[in-house]
Ligand binder design. Structure first.
Ligand SMILES: [Zn+2]
Length: 81
């Protein structure tokens, strides 16, 4: 599945005070794709209020159908690989 965080580019373009910088995408490790069998932390909300944010941990969802959808990098468990 295409990585929603970077839209499949593998990197993010950040604008900060007029400067543009490139940041590698940690969600997909710059590959542009997320693995369906991996579990990711994800959030979304209906946009009415911050308090309606939904949290989800599991396989990547289709970000196009959720408002304010975000997917977060997998936190390394520290046991190698
Ligand atoms: Zn990505």
């Amino acid at each position: 599945m295409i990585c929603y965080n970077c839209k499949g580019n593998g990197f993010l373009r950040l604008k900060w005070e007029g400067n543009e910088s490139i940041k590698q995408c940690k969600v997909c490790n710059s590959s542009g794709e997320v693995k369906d069998e991996e579990h990711y932390h994800q959030t979304w909300s209906d946009g009415v209020s911050e308090e309606t944010t939904s949290f989800y941990y599991g396989p990547p969802l289709d970000g196009e159908i959720f408002k304010n959808y975000k997917i977060y990098p997998i936190e390394s468990s520290g046991n190698g690989k």
